[in-house]
Design a protein around this ligand. Structure first.
Ligand SMILES: Cc1ncc(COP(=O)(O)O)c(C=O)c1O
Length: 385
């Protein structure tokens, strides 16, 4: 029956991250620097709220858009932290992680043949959904611009088919953040155009230099922007599966239909925990961020010491060094590093073809693990020279 499987689904490749982690699983003694989730536990007060929800039998469906108190807390959080204003009643949807938020947003705004502009290298979660909608991803090479999109780069790729520009900053896999001045320029370019902006801000709490800025805070952009955020990274809650969309009511009412028929509502227990996280844990990310900053500096120092070229990341918990000087493809570099020194990193081509020539190292690991992994990598790199 496989010949009857939907062609677009058949054409989707499993993520390069997964492919590589399957390979890593064969090496029991490997030091892994691959993972994209915090190594901290969910804060105790948040766990307690989840447990209390179960004990109090708060285990039935919620409204499709999610608990009103959670939407209010999320709305308050975004207002206080980033100056965004969304009405809890009709401009916020609680989703199953940021992943579902990306899915319902793209499925609501895309259709056959339209184009989505996105930076490359980029998180691999967007392209398959774009393609399942019959739309076309249009990658912009950001490798010569510090991995950052700019108004000038976007301008060159705009066509009458452009339906959406994706702004995924702070970036997975590069750690690059988007400065406010560049957002202003992008807003000046797009504000009078009939084009959506999808702004994936899941790493907004993990910024090491300055503050996070959202393009939706620029008033001319609010009506065309869908902001995505969630608790996976800020509150170390990847397994609780809580994300959000924030968008004007005219867009939200349509996304809500997609969400309703997809999953009815996000996990009720998780929603109670998330309400606690966004009410009494507004600054839970701060100690994690301070710790990540120390690790980032350590990783950068070690890579620079090895003579590996790397752009300093200002957000998220990844570095994306170039391995071009070693004459190996990203996958071969990562496979050889794993085989010879038992260190796992993610090959850059997992993040679109524009990631070829790079590797992604996650520093969501303890200093001991990072030291061991980087000691081994140093030996490997010395052997390649
Ligand atoms: C840029 C980006 N967006 C979205 C997600 C998905 O987040 P969630 O676990 O909340 O679905 C990730 C996860 O790694 C990510 O890196």
């Amino acid at each position: 029956m496989e010949h009857l499987i939907n062609r677009r689904v058949k054409d989707i490749q499993i993520s390069g991250i997964r492919k590589f982690s399957n390979l890593v699983a064969q090496y029991k003694d490997a030091v892994s620097l691959t993972i994209g989730q915090p190594d901290f536990f969910t804060p105790d007060h948040v766990k307690a709220a989840g447990i209390a929800a179960i004990e109090q039998n708060k285990t039935t469906y919620t409204m499709n858009a999610g608990l009103l108190e959670l939407r209010q807390a999320a709305s308050r959080f975004l207002h206080e932290k980033y100056g965004l204003t969304y009405q809890a009643a009709d401009e916020v949807i609680v989703t199953n992680g940021a992943s579902e938020a990306i899915d319902i947003a793209l499925r609501t705004i895309l259709e056959e043949g339209v184009e989505v502009i996105l930076p490359g290298p980029v998180y691999p979660g967007y392209e398959p959904i774009i393609r399942m909608c019959g739309a076309v991803p249009v990658y912009i090479d950001t490798t010569r611009n510090g991995f950052r999109l700019s108004a000038d780069l976007i301008k060159d790729k705009l066509t009458d088919k452009t339906r959406c520009v994706l702004l995924p900053y702070p970036s997975n896999p590069t750690g690059c953040v988007m400065p406010e001045e560049e957002l202003e320029k992008i807003a000046a370019l797009l504000s009078d155009k009939q084009i959506f902006v999808l702004s994936d801000e899941i790493y907004s709490e993990l910024i090491y230099n300055g503050e996070h800025h959202s393009i939706a805070a620029i008033s001319a952009m609010r009506d065309k922007t869908i902001v995505i955020n969630g608790l996976s990274k800020s509150h170390s809650m990847t397994g609780w599966r809580i994300g959000f969309t924030f968008a004007p009511a005219s867009i939200t009412q349509h996304m809500l239909k997609v969400h309703q028929y997809n999953s009815t509502c996000a996990s009720t227990i998780s929603q109670y925990a998330a309400t606690e996280a966004l009410t009494n844990g507004m600054d839970d990310a701060v100690f994690m961020r301070d710790e990540y900053r120390v690790r980032r500096d350590y990783v950068l120092e070690r890579l620079t010491g090895m003579g590996v070229e790397v752009v300093k990341p200002d957000g998220a918990f990844y570095v994306f060094p170039s391995i071009r000087n070693f004459g190996l493809k990203s996958f071969d570099f990562a496979a050889k590093l794993l085989e010879e020194q038992r260190v796992a990193v993610v090959p850059g081509d997992a993040f679109s073809p524009l990631g070829e020539g790079y590797i992604r190292i996650s520093y969501a690991y303890s200093m001991e693990v990072l030291k061991e992994g980087l000691d081994r990598m140093e030996r490997f790199v010395a052997g390649l020279r």
